[in-house]
Design a protein around this ligand. Structure first.
Ligand SMILES: N[C@@H](CCC(=O)N[C@@H](CS)C(=O)NCC(=O)O)C(=O)O
Length: 201
């Protein structure tokens, strides 16, 4: 398998999951400006949507969209328990969290990355995102993980997008529990290995 990624991007989530599951894979770095891969290939030929992450199987099939990738990977090794079984209530709960992270947190950060965003719009988007963090911190109170209180793919994804807060001077310490949650996930060896591999690539 090949994981097309960009450093510090949302592709870190499937990257962490690949390492948690000890699956064999190759990292292919993508330049998000030029849409070329580090090997010189045309990334748009892999993912015409033009964004990471993309997972290419050994037979050439390509899967995109982070929430789909992390679930596909978790289902390759169900015994690892990174996603509850398909059809279970807990799996629907996982869908709920992945959708919330994707649309409300990941999507909430999106406009902030636009340097041309006017100040008033930036303030509006940031306030909206902070309300979502209020909800998140309350939902995590007294818990170690998002789904069934057991670390899984939703936590790898949430960890990934929460890392972006520092870039916008959003201090996670404002939300009791969030810094500890981040630190707990960051301490995992798979997370450390993924961060080191992206930094070294
Ligand atoms: N809906 C996509 C969004 C992916 C996405 O936002 N990718 C960003 C990095 S986090 C990217 O590659 N952006 C470059 C671009 O849009 O040109 C997913 O969840 O996988």
């Amino acid at each position: 398998m090949k994981l097309y990624y960009a450093p510090n991007a949302c592709s870190l989530a499937p990257h962490i999951v690949l390492r948690e599951l000890a699956l064999p894979f190759e990292l292919v770095r993508v330049n998000n400006q030029t849409k070329r891969t580090a090997e010189g290939g045309d990334f748009l030929a892999v993912n015409p949507k033009g964004y990471v992450a993309a997972l290419q199987l050994d037979d050439g099939r390509v899967l995109t969209e982070g929430p789909a990738l992390v679930q596909y990977l978790a289902d390759l090794r169900p015994d690892a328990g990174l996603a509850p079984p398909a059809g279970s209530w807990a799996r629907s709960h996982l869908h709920e969290w992945l959708n919330f992270i994707s649309t409300e947190i990941h999507g909430g950060f999106g406009p902030l990355f636009n340097r041309a965003l006017p100040g008033e719009a930036r303030t509006w988007w940031q306030a909206r995102l902070e309300k979502r963090l209020d909800y998140l911190a309350a939902a995590l109170r007294g818990r170690q993980a998002l789904v069934e209180d057991r670390y899984g793919v939703a936590d790898a994804y949430l960890y990934t997008v929460l890392r972006w807060a520092a870039q916008f001077q959003i201090d996670l310490a404002r939300w009791p529990g969030l810094p500890e949650y981040q630190r707990r996930i960051e301490a995992r060896s798979a997370v450390q290995a993924a961060l080191a591999a992206e930094a070294a690539d």
